[in-house]
Write a protein that binds this ligand. Structure first.
Ligand SMILES: Cc1ncc(COP(=O)(O)O)c(C=O)c1O
Length: 369
């Protein structure tokens, strides 16, 4: 691909000195788990988003799962999740034995629509689990109000929204707790799997520290049924190096998103990303929508431009959830978006010229066909 959707190599080229130093620090320390790098990263990440506690874990899926476990959410309970989003959010609910209850999105932001939450609440509902999809914070004002009215816990899926804000508050601080992923392609990405839980609730953070370590505070004394979900020293050290660039790299993404909006506005049958009032987008993905999605994708591929679909199958229609009995037509917006969304290249190492070339190719598709 002439313009790949994602290329991790330039990040290493830019941060070579810091990443190499991080590697050497860990190697020379002789400590690979639960050492100084993890403690320092947890502290630095918590400070960067203005939250009291950050607990590093193995990945974003387990970050969400561990919070649900710590809250005692399990069999028979229901958790409201977005119908349009990544399946990992649903899997976290299923892994604790609870039921994901899909909530349709706001058609402009693609995030869970707060107006559609209350009809889904039952006596079994325990939590709402919104995703800040594509980097845009969900609408937490009305989400938190609905949660308060019904005594529900709000678990924010902040896997795609490092550095995003809503009314000056950072993603990861917008609900009662958040699960974060540092999967390598994320705005803040490790060099393998990694994740974290962030919260202002000291008791919850303490429980997660035990649950991530086999449910144990003292070695070989196991108080509860836990997981093995550790963030390694090496990944923590790499993440510290990358955290120092997050603001700058997100600013580059914002600049590229502006070019997309400026150069692609007004095209027939091309819907540009919407926004939540008061939100600062992290532009993890730049997602457009068109009824001619597959033809547009083929056109861009032929021009050497990488694209992806986030996500082609809504979770309720995936084979994984077949036993739950959902069928086509159950969540029409999620199904429509799965058929129409297309992610264009956006990343801190794409150049303005590359993005302008993508825009020209998209314009060419809509004006010539
Ligand atoms: C919205 C969302 N939730 C959860 C996850 C799971 O994160 P991980 O891949 O680190 O388990 C991801 C990322 O992959 C994601 O995009």
């Amino acid at each position: 691909m002439k313009i790949p959707i994602l290329d991790l190599k330039p990040a290493y080229e830019e941060l070579r000195t810091e990443l190499d130093a991080a590697y050497h620090r860990v190697m020379e320390s002789g400590r690979v788990l639960f050492g100084e790098e993890l403690a320092a990263f947890e502290d630095e990440y918590a400070k960067s988003i203005g939250v009291a506690h950050c607990v590093g874990v193995a990945n974003g899926l387990e970050a969400l799962q561990l919070v649900l476990m710590a809250r005692g959410i399990g069999p028979g309970d229901e958790v409201i999740v977005p119908s349009h989003g990544y399946i990992a959010t649903w899997l976290a609910v299923t892994h604790v034995g609870a039921h994901p209850i899909p909530c349709e999105p706001n058609p402009h932001t693609y995030n869970l629509d707060p107006a559609k939450i209350e009809p889904l609440v039952t006596s079994r509902t325990k939590a709402i689990l919104p995703i800040n999809l594509y980097g845009l914070p969900a609408d937490y004002g009305p989400i938190n109000l609905a949660a308060k009215r019904h005594g529900l816990f709000v678990l924010e899926d902040a896997a795609q929204s490092h550095g995003a804000r809503l009314h000056e508050r950072a993603a990861g601080t917008l609900g009662d707790a958040a699960g974060v992923s540092f999967y390598p392609s994320k705005n803040l990405g490790a060099l393998a799997d990694a994740g974290a839980v962030t919260t202002n609730d000291a008791g919850l953070a303490e429980k997660i520290r035990h649950l991530r370590n086999y449910g144990s505070k003292i070695r070989y004394q196991n108080e509860v049924i836990g997981l093995n979900s550790r963030l390694s020293e090496l990944q923590a050290a790499f993440l510290r190096a990358k955290l120092s660039r997050l603001t700058e790299w997100n600013a580059r993404r914002t600049g590229l998103a502006k070019i997309y909006v400026e150069k692609m506005k007004g095209l027939p049958d091309l819907i540009l990303p919407g926004t939540t009032p008061g939100a600062e987008h992290a532009w993890h993905l730049f997602v457009v929508r068109t009824t001619r999605r597959d033809a547009l994708q083929a056109h861009l591929t032929a021009a050497g431009i990488g694209t992806q679909i986030h996500y082609p199958t809504p979770p309720h229609l995936s084979n994984a959830y077949r036993a739950a009995g959902w069928k086509p037509g159950d969540f029409p917006l999620a199904e429509k978006f799965a058929a129409e969304v297309l992610s264009l290249p956006i990343g801190p190492h794409h150049t303005s010229a590359q993005i302008e070339e993508v825009c020209a190719s998209v314009r060419g598709f809509f004006t010539r066909s």
